[in-house]
Design a protein around this ligand. Structure first.
Ligand code: ADP
Ligand code: ZN
Ligand code: ZN
Length: 802
């Protein structure tokens, strides 16, 4: 009998990353399993912990020293053995804290506080109901009783209860009063007759029940039909209906109707790709495909059909999309094809909705999970296919704890389930494409748009020429003419303002003074609405100075361009144009994004103006013009991926034009018309871009020619930070191979955030078998110093190096 549990404790500051041993009280010895949540004493407090293993006593264990587990929260593990193994791998491979991994795997509401109680659901009329007659929720005091937990387990094993969740009070679903019809049709008619001409209101209620298709109805709805509370009470007294409180399922798409869609007949190219994936699905082996298909080549249709095959094989599927909240059209395509089998997980869900979707997956009511990055941890147990759409997107890499790339987690899970992974993109990540050319991934291609629809033609406008001709507006003559033309024809235009590193900042024209945040080494951004300056990193706010604080000149004003300013400018040029603006300001409210897109889809505007968020996933037939107002801002970022990002973004956004019957056109405005990433985006020539980029990566020693790891040190004390990064770099120099390159120590590109000084050192290496061990020693040396205001972090294959 195992009597010791190894527990990862949810400590507030992440300072320890190892399991602690606890004694399992006798009554729980056959109850506690790895993957369950427990409460354990930790120092002066009781904390939540995750059991990662149970063990017998060994000769070495001194059980007298061990404390006991105080409480358990689950009757069934919330982390499957697969998830525990995956967590261990993520801890070893990326030096992540185990606790942060578990927190990411589970919905928010399942961690933290543990004032909880059980909610029983889906029981059939057996033990549970008899014991707790009439009550759906149980007081948690009852749960403390160990007998109860054991009994629950027995009932579950016997199949008396299907699902038991222990949740915090915050987690419980909202309930609403509902009424249930207790009469058969004949009884209803009899009752109606018995009332004769009396009790008009009650008759109305019975008539409504007769009409009703379901046996249940929300009380709200009954009231809306003119049935009062008093009437409901009187019919309930007669036993004709019962009134009870019913849980409301938190379904973010509850109010949507999805028109059922049928699979399309695949084109020859799609068919070839589909057959190859299907072959591997049947073989049930882990294999990674890179699906390189131009925008509009029908990748999504292939995804849908291979997922359908996975289901037919009795398997489940995960489909990752970047920032899914931003692509309601994608959700729509999945829900229309697969209906209720689809669970959707993304960050714009409320915590409750997220928990409900997660539980729906765990109960195996959903076979398909569509979601953003962390949906890769969906608790499916029988995965037959994993798809990552737009696999090149930076959002798949989490740069915060725990650091992971969804692609790598996908490959791990595919290995575990022995199933294929499909990485899809029109502009694959350069490293992924390199792997495909080496045969690590298998390359599949969709080189043409569906039904020979041509790719849009792209024109590049040199903004320097415009300036020379005296045009200082944000719109070149060419672009403006084309916008007018579309407006006249009743066609639509998408305008993208590339905001990366390009917020509107304030500058003094006389002395060049730019206000900076006192806490962060970053310029403050001007907010028109409040006429204020704001820091995007720490939230610091300051009034807009009327004069330059440095030279007292009055020529201090905002530069740079926000979407709002562009909107004003365009309205001045074309007063009757209808614009829908999509940016953080207009989309911060829940569902706002979707509303704006629907309005645009319905033709309520000529122009959709937005930031990068409009580049992806839009598929509207009437878009025939795409304008990129400033292509090069993404180039001016200190990052070896800057060119790649620019190329990808331009190709993506160009792909929004002319996807259906009408031909598409694109105008790209830039100050760097000769840059290869812009030139090659003009021809949407991925291969040429790849070759050129690879040449540069080789020359400069970046991935995929070198592997990278970034060490960052932050400190409240400038000198201490400097010292630490210098010490670490010195240590690495001694421990690592001579061929390994260390770029650093240097201050980070943003040298200070929230009053913390930041330093870094980038490791570029080819073969470094001991790297993880060496870096673990670095972490262990400095973890103790967190309390002294020092942090050390390590990011393998970083995406951004700010
Ligand atoms: P991608 O994901 O590669 O951008 P989509 O799957 O969105 O491409 O397809 C582009 C457009 O072509 C969509 O409107 C889609 O409905 C349509 N489409 C895809 N496959 C077919 C097909 N086999 N026959 C007809 N239309 C198709
Ligand atoms: Zn000045
Ligand atoms: Zn700041």
């Amino acid at each position: 009998m195992p009597i010791i549990a190894k527990v990862i404790v949810d400590t507030p500051a992440m300072t320890v990353d190892r399991p602690f041993d606890y004694l399992i009280p006798e009554q729980w010895q056959d109850v506690i399993l790895p993957g369950m949540r427990v409460a354990v004493p930790f120092g002066p407090r009781q904390l939540l912990g995750y059991v990662v293993a149970v063990a017998d006593v060994t000769a070495l264990t001194d059980t007298k020293k061990l404390k006991e587990i105080v409480d358990i929260f689950d009757v069934r593990p919330v982390l499957t053995p697969e998830m525990l193994a995956l967590g261990e791998w993520m801890a070893q491979d990326s030096l992540n804290f185990r606790i942060s991994i578990f927190q990411t795997m589970l919905p928010n509401l399942m961690r933290g506080s543990y004032e909880k109680y059980f909610v029983l659901k889906n029981w059939d009329n057996t033990a549970a109901v008899k014991l707790f007659e009439g009550s759906e929720t149980l007081d948690w005091k009852a749960v403390k009783d160990s007998e109860f937990v054991t009994a629950l387990q027995r009932w579950i094993q016997a199949g008396d209860i299907e699902t038991v969740y222990r949740v915090s009070s915050k987690e419980t679903k909202k309930t609403k009063r509902a009424l249930k019809n207790c009469l058969t049709e004949t009884e209803l008619i009899a009752s109606l007759e018995s009332l004769g001409n009396q009790a008009k209101a009650q008759r109305k209620c019975l008539a409504m029940l007769l009409e009703l298709e379901a046996t249940e109805l929300w009380v709200d709805e009954a009231k809306a039909r003119g049935i009062s509370d008093a009437v409901l009470r009187s019919v309930a007294e007669k036993g004709w209906v019962t009134i009870f409180s019913k849980e409301i399922d938190r379904d973010p798409y509850a109010n949507h109707h999805f028109e059922k869609s049928e699979p399309l007949d695949l084109t020859t190219d799609q068919e070839t790709v589909f057959q190859r994936i299907f072959e591997v699905q049947r073989e049930k082996i882990a294999k990674t495909f890179l699906l390189h298909g131009v925008t509009g080549s029908g990748k999504t249709e292939v995804y849908l059909q291979t997922i359908a095959e996975a289901l037919k094989l009795g398997k489940q599927a995960i489909m990752l999309v970047p920032e899914i909240a931003l692509t309601p059209q994608m959700v729509e395509r999945f829900k229309s094809r697969f209906g209720k089998k689809v669970a959707v997980l993304h960050s714009a869900l409320s915590a409750g909705e997220r928990l409900d979707e997660w539980q729906k997956i765990e109960r195996e009511e959903a076979d398909i999970v569509v979601g953003a990055r962390s949906a890769i941890f969906a608790p499916l147990t029988n995965i037959g296919l994993i798809i990552i759409d737009e696999e090149h997107e930076a959002t798949y890499k989490q740069e915060d704890y725990p650091r992971y790339h969804a692609r790598e987690v996908a490959l791990w899970r595919a290995q575990h389930h022995q199933c294929p992974v499909v990485l899809g993109s029109a502009t694959p990540n350069v490293e992924s494409f390199a792997r495909a050319t080496k045969g690590v991934y298998e390359l599949l291609e969709l080189p043409e748009r569906v039904n020979n629809r041509p790719l849009p033609t792209v024109e590049i406008v040199d903004l320097k020429d415009e300036l020379r001709q005296g045009n200082t507006s944000s719109f070149s003559t060419v672009l403006l003419d084309k916008i007018k033309d579309r407006q006249q024809k009743g066609e639509q235009t998408v305008l993208m303002l590339n905001r990366r590193g390009f917020a509107s900042f304030v500058m003094c024209r006389d002395c060049g003074f730019v206000p900076e945040c006192p806490n962060c080494s970053i310029t403050l951004t001007y907010h028109k609405l409040r006429h204020q300056l704001k820091c995007h990193y720490c939230g610091h706010q300051a009034p807009m100075p009327p004069q330059c604080p440095s030279c007292q000149s009055e020529h201090i004003r905002q530069y740079g361009t926000g979407t709002q300013k562009i909107e004003e400018e365009l309205l001045e040029l074309l007063p009757d144009i209808r614009i829908i603006r999509m940016d953080v300001d207009t989309t911060s409210r829940k569902g706002a994004h979707e509303k704006l897109l629907t309005a645009f889809g319905n033709g309520e505007a000529d122009i959709l103006l937005g930031t990068q968020m409009i580049a992806k996933g839009l598929d509207f037939p009437n878009i025939t013009l795409v304008g990129v107002l400033n292509a090069d801002t993404a180039l001016n970022v200190p990052d070896f991926r800057a060119s790649e990002r620019t190329f990808q973004l331009l190709t993506q956004v160009s792909g929004r034009a002319g996807r259906h019957q009408l031909l598409g056109e694109v105008v790209i405005q830039t100050f760097n018309p000769d840059h290869y990433s812009i030139q090659l985006a003009q021809y949407q020539n991925y291969i040429a871009f790849y070759n050129q980029e690879m040449g540069l990566r080789k020359l400069t020693g970046y991935p995929p020619y070198y592997l990278t790891a970034l060490i960052q040190v932050t400190s409240t004390d400038e000198r201490k930070g400097e010292e630490t990064i210098a010490n670490i770099t010195g240590f690495l120099k001694r421990e690592l191979n001579e061929q390994t390159i260390l770029l650093g120590p240097t201050p980070a590109p943003i040298a200070k955030i929230k009053n913390r000084y930041r330093y870094q050192c980038l490791i570029k290496y080819k073969v470094e078998p001991n790297l993880r061990d060496v870096l673990r020693r670095v972490l262990e040396t400095y973890q103790k110093e967190i309390r002294n205001g020092l942090t050390v972090s390590i990011d393998f294959e970083p995406y951004t190096m700010m």
